[in-house]
Every structure is written in structure tokens, then in C-alpha cells.
Ligand binder design. Sequence first.
Ligand SMILES: Nc1ncnc2c1ncn2[C@@H]1O[C@H](COP(=O)(O)OP(=O)(O)O)[C@@H](O)[C@H]1O
Ligand SMILES: [Mg+2]
Length: 225
Amino acid sequence: MRSPSYITKLDDLLYGGLIKPSSILIAGSCGTGKTNLCMQSLFNAAREGEKCAYVSLLSESKDKIIRAMSSFSFYDEKLIDDRLKVFSINSDVVAKGDFAIFEYINENILKSKPSRVVIDTMNVLEDIESTFDERPFHKSELRAFVQNLFQEFDDSDILLLATGEIPAENINSSIWSYIFDTVIVLDTMIYDDSSYRFLEIIKERGSDFIAGKHKFTITKDGITF
Ligand SMILES: Nc1ncnc2c1ncn2[C@@H]1O[C@H](COP(=O)(O)OP(=O)(O)O)[C@@H](O)[C@H]1O
Ligand SMILES: [Mg+2]
């Protein structure tokens, strides 16, 4: 089933929207617009009646997360805590390891039965140091851990968007690019002394899409193509 990203034109590039359930990586360097794109999708989906969740893994305060969005025209305070729940997973949960993260996600996020979830950012999971039985968490276990996590989201029929602080030039060598079903990269380009933002769909498992670099801007209306 397709579900709109609720970002005008992006749904056209995806031939009708994102596949639900599936996992979508929004990758790019810092400041390329990943968090904005995800929030725009969540607010617009919530406005359409969907239950949504935004999960920060950066230990930021909920107030700070919300404040950063409040100047956008897609922002609507009434949706927060109602159809759009904002969660901030503390660094001590991540430090406790894989099992603690699973537990937090099950107890707090999946319980509220959202249909669309954003995890911002996946890179924090690279910092998991120990497992629940207190042995060191090996880098090689990250893939299985994330695949199990994604299975939970799939089983709950959730559209999962996650951000990755991965510069466009590193995307092919990143483990995240092959764990996710869909990979979308945001980047900037300097041309004639001006800076341009663009989005490129790198892959979408089981579907065709419109390839190439698509120019967009970020204004108070969020991401616009
Ligand atoms: N109201 C706005 N008008 C124009 N640009 C904005 C506005 N709000 C944020 N931005 C741009 O969005 C960028 C941050 O986007 P963000 O989604 O936080 O990036 P990322 O998550 O990829 O690090 C800022 O650097 C700024 O250029
Ligand atoms: Mg961000």
C-alpha cells in the first residue's frame, strides 16, 4: 500500500507515495533539511488524521524540538500530544544497550499505535556499547538489532522514516543504506556562487521512482520543490 509523504512533488517522484509498511532513510549532511522534511511529513499526516510519533535519539528536550518547528506554516500546536507525539530517548537508555531501546520503543511508542514514526537520527544507534546481559555490543550486531527493530515496525504496519547524518558522497559505503528499504539523500550544491538544495531518491525496494537530482528550497512553508 502507498502512503503519501505529504510533501508535494515528492509523492510524484515516488509514483504515488511511500510504501507502507517500510523503512525510509532520509540521509544527508548536517543542515540539509532532514529533520524539517520528516516533521513536515508528520504534521501534514497528523492533520489528515494519522497517529504519528517523532522520536529523537539526541537527548534533546521536547520543548526545543517543538520550538524549532514552530515557525513553519505546517506547524500546528493542537496536533502535538494528540495526533503527533514527541518522544526524546535519553542517552542513558541508548547506553544501556539494545534491549533497553527495544523496551522503550515497545512501551512508549508502539503502544500508542502510530501509523507513521520518525527516528532522528539513526547514527546514535552506532553508539550502543553494551547488551542487556552486560557484555560489549559488537559493531557486527548492529545490523541484526536494527533489522529486528524494523520488523517490529513492519508488524505494526508503520511507515518508518529515519534520518541519517550521512554525507551524500558516503551513502554507498554506509551500512544504513542497505538496511533501509528506501534511501533518499538531501544535499547542497554551489553553482555560480549560489547554493542550491536538492533531493535524490537512491533506491526504493520493489518499486520504480523518478531518478535524478530534484531542486528544492526551505522556506517558512518547509520543503518546496
Ligand atoms: N523558516 C525557514 N526558512 C528558511 N530556511 C529554514 C527555515 N527554518 C530552517 N531553515 C533551514 O533548514 C536548515 C536546517 O534543516 P534541518 O532539517 O534541521 O537539517 P538537518 O536535520 O538535515 O540537519 C537550516 O540550516 C536552515 O537553513
Ligand atoms: Mg536534524
